[in-house]
Write a new protein. Structure first.
Length: 592
């Protein structure tokens, strides 16, 4: 009789237990399938078949939907290469443009708020609009995306009506298309979409954009951290002619504003780098203003602070106004480098049903009156020198601001001085005696003045028109002095004097009432003209003009420098563009 050892017995028992567990699990799985019943299996197969048919129908529609006899005969009506866009897949791979530090981040999707994306459009290129929608659907977690709301702002283009409606029927039900009964403009169309939204968070986005991988999670995480945040992704570019997705520079700038209330790019200042502990490559950064093409805000907070100002018309300034308001009324405005959305930057083609310059000017005047306090003087003076912007701001216009003023008081908003001192302390305020002010750029070369280390004025190509706030500010005051405005304020403003040995220009102290050199700009357009100096020497006047030259003097040899030479009417190296021409004698109630 065989004797079984205790070790063998334990092994046999273990094998029996394992087999028993496996058998139990298989029985449970079989029971679950039996409990599910044939109906559930059929439903799953039906669902899969329905999805296959939906995808097939979308592919078929994509082959015919862009055949639009009513589209303009070339692409000029869109200012983009629509013909090429229609040949590019609506769902395509794009380069992951996030910094490396962002790519390993993991988000708890279940804990994040949901988002409704609102896309108003007017005569948008259909292929660009649908590529925007597909990028959102394919790169947003299902749990997070509540709605995609398309607001057709009374577009007459045929392909944005019946063909688009047919296409949307085959998209997921969360894609909703609504149409306005008349032309409302971007601002009010966005508000119509916001009123329909049911997501915890609203994302306002242009119809010629493309969302990158994991675009939503970093933004939603910041709003979860602070529900009073208004935040934007870092904006990449889509080339208007090649339709290529172009990652932006690794240097992430932040949004600013000019004194005529245009959006500008600013360098990230040292005080913000220090606040971020020099981890700005992947941390949300404070930004003074918003670019406008892609903006996210909590729905409850958005309506609590008044939504978009519906007193503003069509388009223009709403991005800056929302940023001012959120900063001044207790919130934060952020830019997140780990979230990327590309925008098609193109010449403006939005139809205004009116004078574009005057409509935008009226919108911006509302911003200045509402938020800028004493600083509004610079906006009003900067824009008064442009006759195309002359539109009366009447007592009735001021009365229309009363509801917003009451809201401002109710929210306990801070004065604009707080914003200037705490959000953009690096932005200098223009002197009130300045007439011509800002960066001085040559219209031929596009190079601009800068202060060299030894105090001479040289030329640089790192200029405002490259979309960076100028770091070298100059002005001609009402007394005819050409001045350099110190960025730090520690040196004080200094006069520019002519070195008569070289006829170059150098900074130096202003000497009392010495007016032996009197500067002026004779304008040939609103902000372009020569820069001339008149010398007084024993009653004899000599006039010379600032000219960009290749310097032949010993100091700064062969560098590009401004030098005083005899004036020539047809010499474009003697024509200069000032950022601003201030007219402090404005009368906006009755502009001439």
């Amino acid at each position: 009789m065989a004797i079984i050892s205790s070790r063998m017995l334990r092994r046999k028992v273990g094998q029996i237990l394992v087999l028993s567990i496996i058998t139990t699990l298989l029985l449970m799985l079989f029971a679950a399938r039996q409990f599910e019943g044939p109906e559930t299996g059929i439903q799953n197969r039906k669902r899969a078949l329905k999805e296959q048919l939906r995808q097939q129908r979308l592919r078929e529609l994509q082959k015919t939907i862009f055949v639009n006899p009513n589209r303009p005969p070339d692409d000029s009506g869109y200012n983009i290469n629509v013909t090429l866009s229609e040949r590019i897949p609506l769902e395509r791979n794009v380069p992951d443009s996030r910094p490396l530090e962002c790519r390993g981040r993991v988000f708890d999707v279940d804990s994040l708020p949901t988002v409704s994306v609102i896309i108003p459009f007017y005569n948008e290129a259909l292929s660009m609009l649908l590529r925007t929608v597909h990028s959102i659907l394919s790169r947003t977690p299902e749990k997070l995306l509540k709605q995609v709301i398309l607001v057709n702002d009374h577009s007459p283009n045929a392909d944005l009506n019946d063909p688009l409606e047919r296409y949307v029927k085959y998209l997921p039900e969360k894609v909703i298309l609504i149409k306005t009964s008349k032309r409302e403009g971007l601002i009010r169309a966005r508000m119509m979409g916001a009123d329909m939204a049911t997501g915890d968070v609203l994302m306002f986005q242009d119809g010629h954009t493309e969302n990158n991988v994991q675009w939503a999670e970093p933004l939603l995480e910041e709003i979860k951290r602070n529900p009073k945040v208004v935040i934007q992704p870092h904006v990449d570019a889509i080339d208007q002619w090649t339709i290529q997705y172009e990652p932006s520079s690794s240097v992430v700038p932040r949004g600013g504003f000019s004194w005529d209330l245009r959006y500008t790019w600013m360098q990230l200042p040292d005080h913000e780098k220090e606040r971020l502990d020099h981890q700005q490559a992947y941390k949300a950064q404070r930004t003074p203003t918003l670019v406008g093409c892609a903006v996210m805000v909590g729905r409850e907070h958005f309506f609590a602070i008044g939504g978009f100002d519906d007193g503003m018309n069509i388009w223009g300034g709403e991005n800056i106004e929302l940023a001012f308001r959120n900063w001044l009324c207790g919130g934060e405005v952020l830019n997140h480098p780990c979230s990327r959305v590309a925008h098609t930057f193109k010449p403006f083609s939005y139809k205004f049903d009116g004078d574009r310059e005057k409509i935008v000017q009226k919108n911006q005047m509302r911003i200045a009156e509402l938020w800028m306090d004493d600083w509004k003087t610079f906006f009003l003076a900067a824009t008064y020198s442009w006759p195309t912007k002359h539109i009366p701001f009447t007592e009735e216009d001021r009365k229309s601001l009363e509801p917003r003023m009451n809201m401002k008081h109710k929210l306990g908003c801070k004065p604009f001085k707080w914003y200037m001192d705490n959000i953009v302390p690096e932005m200098p305020t223009p002197p009130k005696q300045a007439h011509f002010y800002g960066e001085v750029a040559n219209i031929k070369s596009e190079a601009c003045f800068y202060l060299t280390a030894d105090g001479y004025i040289g030329m640089t190509f790192f200029c405002f028109f490259h979309r960076v706030l100028p770091q070298n500010l100059f002005y001609i005051d009402n007394d005819g002095r050409l001045m350099y405005q110190s960025q730090t304020g520690t040196q004080g403003n200094k006069c520019l004097r002519v070195d008569k040995g070289t006829w170059l220009v150098k900074v130096g102290p202003c000497v009392g009432t010495d007016m032996s050199e009197k500067w002026d700009t004779a304008l040939v357009s609103e902000n372009v003209g020569d820069i001339s100096v008149v010398f007084q020497d024993n009653g004899v006047e000599t006039k010379l003009c600032m000219t960009q030259v290749t310097n032949v003097n010993k100091m700064h040899y062969r560098e590009q420098m401004p030098q005083l030479l005899p004036c020539e009417d047809d010499n474009t190296f003697q024509q200069w563009r000032w950022t601003y021409v201030f007219d402090f004698n404005y009368n906006w109630e009755n502009p001439s």
